[in-house]
Design a protein around this ligand. Structure first.
Ligand code: ACO
Length: 320
């Protein structure tokens, strides 16, 4: 049987960490204690003006290729998960392809907000399993700082910028064991950026809006459900999962999900304290960190999951 296997990971965070106190010093009516208690976030990275998702994604992709020992020309599929693309078009995937110097690979973006990486991974896995493609770059890259209303303290303290990437390769050795993706568009109102560009103007509201408590309840329920779903498809008990990498939005959502699944805190990868919520980049950033520091080892079972605006959520269970 042919699997899609991760052969390289990479990530990139722009600039220096920005602390909660730094945000307060910039005039936001907030404090470290409120943010840490409610969210677990201590620092995040914010891209300089003009730095784009494709620039962050490019570095993450180069690092993943380097770990895999591959060249850009070896890749025949590039999928970028982002809600903060450089342009309306072309896709950020095509921009990264051009910067990498790859020619001819299929390249497109996936828009599933914070579940984007889980969606993109599931799509790439299906391309590889079908035999149509052999090596994929799957990238999550975001500059969420651009769509935050910096006068809304209830949302602007929660997010950060960054990118993460993996190289997937067709292999007879086990890799991705199961994936799942779901959405419920009736929940579009609890998290959105309800604006558009039309006739040369921004129409509507170009900033992120969120009903935090509704998001919290929805997220905890479906993150536990989809984790059980991918485990059941693969015939793996949640007790056999070595590492859970949930979307890094909020430590309380992460802890509540782990508790529902009976996965102890020591088996959960957490980076939200240092990255904030980087949307589609959050899971590949946390994955790369845990691979490079030696926590995640070859042969271990890793469960990744994302959730975000739409509402949309996705998961993948893999043998690393
Ligand atoms: N600093 C200080 N005080 C603040 C801040 C802040 N940054 N933000 C809000 N407050 C105040 C509010 O004004 C309010 O004050 P009031 O009682 O005087 O009116 C008080 O804190 C409580 O505000 P709530 O919005 O009710 O705070 P809540 O306890 O719900 O916490 C939070 C907000 C952290 C967003 C919570 O709802 C949550 O964790 N939701 C999950 C949402 C999430 O993680 N979203 C990420 C994106 S979605 C995703 O990725 C899945």
């Amino acid at each position: 049987m042919m699997f899609a296997r991760i052969v390289g990971t990479g990530s990139y965070l722009p600039g220096n960490p920005v602390s909660n106190n730094d945000l307060a010093a910039r005039g936001i009516d907030t404090n470290d204690e409120w943010i840490v208690t409610r969210t677990g976030i201590r620092t995040r990275h914010l891209a300089e003006a003009g730095v784009t998702s494709s620039e962050l994604g490019l570095v993450a992709a180069q690092r993943a290729l380097e770990m895999a020992g591959l060249q850009a020309a070896d890749i025949d599929l590039i999928i970028v998960a982002t809600s903060t693309p450089d342009f309306i078009f072309p896709s950020t995937a095509c921009l990264i392809q051009g910067k990498l110097g790859n020619k001819g690979a299929a390249a497109f973006d996936v828009q599933a907000v914070c579940s984007g990486f889980a969606y993109a991974l599931g799509i790439a896995e299906k391309f590889i399993r079908s035999g149509s493609h052999r090596r994929a770059l799957v990238i999550g890259a975001e500059v969420f700082s651009r769509i935050l209303d910096w006068s809304d303290r209830g949302t602007c303290v929660l997010f950060g910028d960054g990118a993460g990437a993996v190289v997937l390769e067709a292999s007879e050795k086990p890799g991705i064991l199961a994936t799942a993706m779901h959405a419920d568009g009736s929940q579009f109102g609890i998290l959105n950026v309800p604006g558009q560009v039309s006739g040369g103007q921004v129409i509507g509201d170009p900033f992120l809006r969120m009903d935090g408590q509704a998001v919290f309840k929805f997220a905890v329920r479906v993150l536990a459900e989809i984790a059980e779903e991918v485990c059941s498809i693969a015939g793996v008990a949640t007790s056999e999962v070595d590492w859970l990498i949930p979307h890094q939005a909020n430590i309380r959502i992460i802890e509540a999900t782990g508790k529902k699944l009976a996965i102890e805190r020591e088996r959960v990868i957490v980076s939200v304290d240092r990255h904030g919520n980087t949307s589609a980049a959050s899971v590949p950033l946390a994955l790369d960190e845990a691979v490079r520091d030696g926590r995640i080892q070859r042969g271990q079972k890793v469960l990744l999951e994302g959730i975000g605006g739409g509402f949309a959520w996705g998961a993948a269970l893999l043998e690393f």
